[in-house]
Design a protein. Structure first.
Length: 202
């Protein structure tokens, strides 16, 4: 039985496209794609693949909790078992996370370094020589959830965010798709003996 996945995205949707190209229909079924931005290209990609979409603009709800409650209800109506944040640029309300205990995010830094927005520029400002990507479970902090997978690349001469982002994009796609496929195979476990360690059976 396929894992039913809901994807939330705010932008171009390249991570969504990678999921559709690589794991959708292979033990994973993307059944819903939502966004906070009606102009997000991710919605166009999803519609082109025949996947139902919905938009939840922040300004149409009295607060974040109300917006996230509506979004959670919509995802529940599609019987989603895993929520993937693929460039979704909003924090999720704790009430949403209680309804969906399995939410994963992809972040363009080697957490716990450089959490939050502007992670690549933070790294450039700090003068790091190695950049990377983290796929992690989402909790109610800012990029503080348990780490599932990480990948790094040496970029000692990088000077611009665009340059780093271009180098990280294929790593993002690879790791996010791998994480979703592993979760679909029930190959990801929390270590009962360690409060933060995630065990991955390759």
């Amino acid at each position: 039985m396929s894992l039913r996945v809901g994807v939330l995205a705010s932008g171009a949707g390249t991570n969504l496209q990678a999921i559709l190209d690589r794991v959708h229909g292979r033990g994973v079924e993307v059944v819903a794609v939502g966004s906070d931005k009606p102009e997000a290209q991710a919605l166009t990609r999803a519609a082109g693949a025949g996947i139902e979409t919905a938009v939840f603009p922040r300004g149409e709800y009295p607060n974040r909790a109300a917006r996230d409650a509506a979004m959670a209800a919509w995802l529940e109506s599609h019987e989603v078992g895993l929520v993937v944040l693929a460039g979704y640029m909003q924090l999720l309300d704790p009430g949403f996370l209680r309804r969906f205990p399995r939410v994963v995010n992809v972040h363009p830094a080697l957490l716990p370094a450089f959490p939050g927005i502007g992670a690549i520029q933070q790294g450039l400002d700090y003068g790091v020589k190695v950049f990377g990507v983290t796929v992690h479970f989402v909790d109610d902090g800012v990029d503080t959830g348990r780490i599932i997978l990480q990948g790094a690349v040496d970029l000692p001469a990088a000077t611009t965010e665009a340059e780093v982002r271009e180098a990280l994009r294929p790593i993002e796609h690879d790791l996010l798709c791998e994480a979703v496929a592993l979760i679909a195979r029930d190959a990801v476990r929390l270590d009962p003996g360690h409060p933060r360690r995630v065990l991955v059976a390759q």
